[in-house]
Design a protein around this ligand. Structure first.
Ligand SMILES: [Fe+2]
Length: 226
C-alpha cells in the first residue's frame, strides 16, 4: 500500500529503524516484531482511507512505536507498558527532530492503544491506532499470534475434554483456544471506528470457524455445538 502523503515516506524508514532497534534490544518475539508494526500501519492506512481529517504522521509514528517497551502479558508491569512506550517514543522522536507540536498526540495514541492500560482514546488518531493494533489480533495472523503467545506462557492448546468450555468457565491462561471467546470475540464491539468494526467482524469469523473445526477434530465429534 502506498503512503498517503509524501512527508510519510521520509519518516517511515526512520520510524521502522527505531522500532527495529527496540525489537533487537528486547530479544526475539514473533508476535511483536517489525512485521507486527508494518501490519498495524497497513491496517491503519485502511482506516485512514475513511478518515481524511486524521493526521497520518501521528498515526504512522504511533503504529511503529506503540510497543517500544514490550512487557509480557504475565508481567506485573504490563499495565504501565504503554505509558513507558509513550515516554520513550517522545524522547526518541524529539531527538530525531519529529514535529514538536505532534509529540503529545503520538504519545496519547501510544498510551491509549493498550487493553491493560484502560486509558480512553480521546483523539481520532488514537482510535485508529487502537483499532489497527487490535485488528492484528484477529484473522489468520491473529490466530497464529494467539497460539504463539500462549506457547511462550506455557498454556495448553485447549481443555482436554471440553475445548469449547460448554460446561466450565473460560480460562484463557490455561487453555489457548479459550482466548477466542474470552477476549477476541469481544473486539468487534470494542472497535472505535466503523471501518475497524467491519474489518474486525470479518476477521473474527475466521477465528470462530477455526474454533469449530478445531473442536470437531479435538473431540472426534464432527458437529460439536459451539
Ligand atoms: Fe501491538
Amino acid at each position: 500500500m502506498q503512503a498517503l502523503h509524501p512527508e510519510l515516506d521520509g519518516w517511515q524508514p526512520r520510524l521502522a529503524q527505531l522500532a527495529a532497534q527496540a525489537v533487537a534490544d528486547q530479544g526475539p518475539d514473533g508476535a511483536h516484531d517489525l512485521n507486527h508494526f508494518e501490519r498495524v500501519w497497513r491496517n491503519a492506512q485502511a482506516l485512514l482511507a475513511h478518515h481524511d481529517q486524521a493526521d497520518p504522521l501521528v498515526v504512522l509514528a504511533a503504529c511503529y512505536l506503540h510497543d517500544l517497551v514490550n512487557v509480557p502479558k504475565d508481567d506485573p508491569r504490563r499495565s504501565i507498558a504503554s505509558r513507558l512506550s509513550a515516554e520513550l517514543a517522545s524522547e526518541r522522536l524529539a531527538a530525531l527532530g519529529f514535529p514538536a507540536d505532534k509529540l503529545a498526540a503520538v504519545a496519547h495514541a501510544i498510551e491509549a492503544h493498550s487493553f491493560s492500560a484502560a486509558i480512553p482514546a480521546t483523539t481520532l488518531e488514537a482510535r485508529i491506532v487502537q483499532d489497527a493494533d487490535r485488528l492484528d489480533g484477529l484473522g489468520a495472523v491473529g490466530l497464529a499470534r494467539m497460539f504463539y503467545i500462549a506457547g511462550r506462557m506455557g498454556s495448553a492448546l485447549a481443555h482436554g475434554s471440553d475445548p469449547l468450555a460448554l460446561d466450565r468457565p473460560l480460562d484463557d491462561k490455561s487453555y489457548s483456544l479459550d482466548h477466542i471467546d474470552a477476549k477476541l470475540a469481544r473486539l468487534p464491539d470494542m472497535m472505535q471506528t466503523d471501518a475497524g468494526r467491519r474489518l474486525a467482524a470479518q476477521r473474527l469469523a475466521i477465528l470462530t470457524d477455526f474454533r469449530s473445526a478445531f473442536a470437531a477434530e479435538w473431540t472426534g465429534i464432527p458437529h460439536v455445538a459451539a
